[in-house]
Structures are given as structure tokens and as C-alpha cells.
Write a new protein. Structure first.
Length: 212
């Protein structure tokens, strides 16, 4: 009887030891799986971080290029305005030269002067306004407008800016495409109503006839 009890105790101890060993093995296997999973997550996180850093660098480069492009755009706009101002001055000088040449011809040819006076008597005198008082309009542009039916402030005030722009390009060439007549009708309206102070205030807000 005592021998059987001893055998049972030995068997129970063996079972307990075996169970403990199996549990230990399973526990170690689970820990290994968790460690592998954590390592995979860390690897994925590192790859995502690398992609994020790359995108951040690209964003910084794009912002830098944008700032450069905006700076270049401002330079081009500044040069364009300077060119328009030079062209306006050139128009004025050209008109002055033409006036001087015409005066010399009239002085040197008295007969021509008499004929011109005689002819002018037979023509109906058309009222014209000094369109060069409109900012953005030089003598050459004023002559184009006058020759095409916009000889007064009132007529110019009713003009369509797009139509004026097209007229300048057709009559003056491509170089006149840079002129923007957007504010000309508004300026002409004030001039036609003799609102010179208001016109001056408006022109102070303009540059080359354009809104700043």
C-alpha cells in the first residue's frame, strides 16, 4: 500500500514538472512572437518616418521655388512698368519732334501755310480734348484714339477697355498690347465732368494708368 502511494506521488511530481516545462516553452514562444511583432512595427515606423522626412524636404524645396518664382514675377512686372513709362516718354519725344518738324516746314513754305489756312476754313472744326491728361495715354496713343472716334473725354468715358486695347494693337502694333486701358474710361468720365481734383486723387492711386 505504501509503495503504491509513493508511485502516485512520483507520477504527480513528474506531471507537474512536465506541465511547468511545457508552460515555460509556450511562454517563451509567445514572447518571441511579440518581440518579432514589435520589431516589425518599429521597422514600419522607421520607413514611414523616412517617407515623411522626404516629403518634408520636397515641401521645403517647393516653397523655396515658389518664393523665387514670386520674386522673379515682381522683377518682370517692375521691368514691364519701366518699359511702359519709357515708351510713353518716347511717344512724347516723338510727338515733340513731329511738331518741331511741322513748324519748320510751315515757316519755310509760306505758300503751304496759306493753302493750309484756306483748306481749314472749308472743313468743319471738330472739338477734341487733350487725352494725354488721362494717365497711361501718351501723344501717340492719343492720336490713335482721336483718329478712331475717341477725340473727347465723353466719348472715351463710354468706351469698352477691351475694344480700346484691340484698337491700339491693330493701329499701333504689338508693342501697344502691354498698355492696359482698364481705368481710361473712368478717368475720362471725371475729366468730362470737370472733376479734376477727383481725377488727381484717382491718378495718385495708379501707376502707368494701372491700379497699383
Amino acid at each position: 500500500m505504501g509503495g503504491h502511494i509513493f508511485d502516485i506521488i512520483i507520477m504527480l511530481l513528474g506531471a507537474a514538472i512536465l506541465g511547468f516545462f511545457i508552460g515555460w516553452l509556450l511562454k517563451n514562444n509567445k514572447i518571441s512572437e511579440l518581440q518579432a511583432y514589435i520589431a516589425a512595427l518599429e521597422d514600419k515606423n522607421n520607413r514611414l518616418q523616412a517617407v515623411y522626412n522626404q516629403n518634408e524636404r520636397l515641401l521645403i524645396e517647393c516653397q523655396t521655388e515658389k518664393r523665387k518664382a514670386e520674386a522673379e514675377k515682381q522683377k518682370i512686372e517692375k521691368r514691364l512698368i519701366e518699359c511702359e513709362e519709357k515708351l510713353t516718354l518716347s511717344d512724347i519725344e516723338l510727338a515733340n519732334n513731329n511738331t518741331e518738324n511741322t513748324s519748320q516746314k510751315i515757316v519755310s513754305s509760306p505758300k503751304t501755310k496759306l493753302k493750309t489756312k484756306t483748306k481749314s476754313k472749308t472743313k468743319t472744326k471738330v472739338k477734341t480734348d487733350n487725352l494725354t491728361k488721362i494717365e497711361g495715354i501718351g501723344p501717340k496713343i492719343a492720336s490713335i484714339l482721336t483718329e478712331n472716334g475717341y477725340e473727347t473725354y465723353k466719348k472715351l468715358s463710354k468706351a469698352n477697355p477691351d475694344k480700346i486695347s484691340k484698337l491700339l494693337t491693330e493701329k499701333g502694333g504689338k508693342r501697344y498690347s502691354m498698355h492696359n486701358p482698364e481705368t481710361w474710361p473712368q478717368q475720362a468720365k471725371l475729366a468730362s465732368e470737370d472733376k479734376w481734383e477727383e481725377l488727381k486723387k484717382l491718378q495718385d492711386e495708379l501707376k502707368g494708368g494701372r491700379k497699383k
